[in-house]
Ligand binder design. Sequence first.
Ligand code: NAD
Ligand code: UD1
Length: 339
Amino acid sequence: MKILVTGGAGYIGSHTVLELLSHGHDVEVLDNFDNSSAESIRRVEKLAGRTVRVHELDLRDEPAVTALFAAGGYDSVIHFAGLKAVGESVAKPLAYYGNNLESTLVLLRAMAASDTRQLVFSSSATVYGDHAPVPYQEDHEPLGANNPYGWTKVMIEQVLRDVAASDSSWRIGILRYFNPVGAHESGEIGEDPSGIPNNLTPYIAQVAVGRRESLTVFGDDYDTPDGTPLRDYIHVLDLASGHVAALEHLAAMEGGARAWNLGTGHGSSVLEVIAAFEKATGVKVPYTVGPRRSGDLTESFGDPTRAEAELGWKATRSIDDMLTDLWRWQSQNAEGFGG
Ligand code: NAD
Ligand code: UD1
């Protein structure tokens, strides 16, 4: 298949591009490098022993994107491009609605105009909102969110369902990721957050490598076994293989939009993650307990049985694998791709 990957230079995108190449697909990347660097793709090319054509474009540039599709001959698109920092989205809602919604609409119009109607979209467990019972089921309604970033995912999912309902030649996979962690086992590519990391495991890794002094655990008074919140951490390589499985499923699917949870079905607490990191790496992570972070849920984990039954996909890597691979990436690249 010839596949255009939007946001392919980013964290999940770069691992997925590598996985697609290793399955023999022909891959091109569209990215504006707003939150990534071309170095990630150079390393993917080195690992795969193949070249990847990169289109340095903003997805909101409709004339350029339309021209790209008119000439591209793509069979399918994986759409990772978007802004993803929850706190920033609260401070800059228009930037988030603007980037995430506009770029998706431009993409869909360019795809329709060039008769490319197979799409995999990066959604998030955040669409289950605050009140869904765990483990989350894909059919849960109503979807919702508690910040502008999350609402962009809810809204884009709705757009995709409406587009698929309007024309049965669209085949759309909506992948709801849980918490991606880890890196490729080579240590050559991984997550390289700009500024202070928002997410737990990049923060732990930066403390361990000496870039930050200590971790703050955001509250230990939750109603969980050790008082810290539970999350469904999933290895980024398992996520990457979920995209390949989704593409193969879509190619044989009749038409429509369908959502799949990509998670392990199991929640780990913050203190368990810290302990697992220390055990996997032998490196101590100093931490203090602080107040709760606003908007944090007590627990979030999904039921992955639909993905297993329909895509033939299951997460196989353990939390120890995730943290060992994370540490290999971080210790070999203390400053990320810029180092
Ligand atoms: P990332 O920031 O590393 O990758 C996103 C990429 O999109 C970046 O390379 C960025 O430069 C590019 N981009 C952003 N806006 C663009 C635009 N207008 N035009 C072209 N390129 C643009 O993020 P990631 O962690 O790899 O996440 C990928 C997708 O998965 C995002 O849509 C994100 O919302 C979603 N997601 C991520 C997580 C997570 O925890 N990482 C969880 C659930 C869902
Ligand atoms: C966060 C986002 C969520 C998004 C997800 C993507 C918020 C409120 N939620 O969720 O919308 O879909 O990332 O992966 O930002 N923690 C600490 N100290 C830290 C960082 C995190 O204790 O320095 C704790 C958090 O309280 C949480 C757990 O670690 O309990 C995981 O946090 P994080 O990695 O940010 O993921 P989510 O909370 O699931």
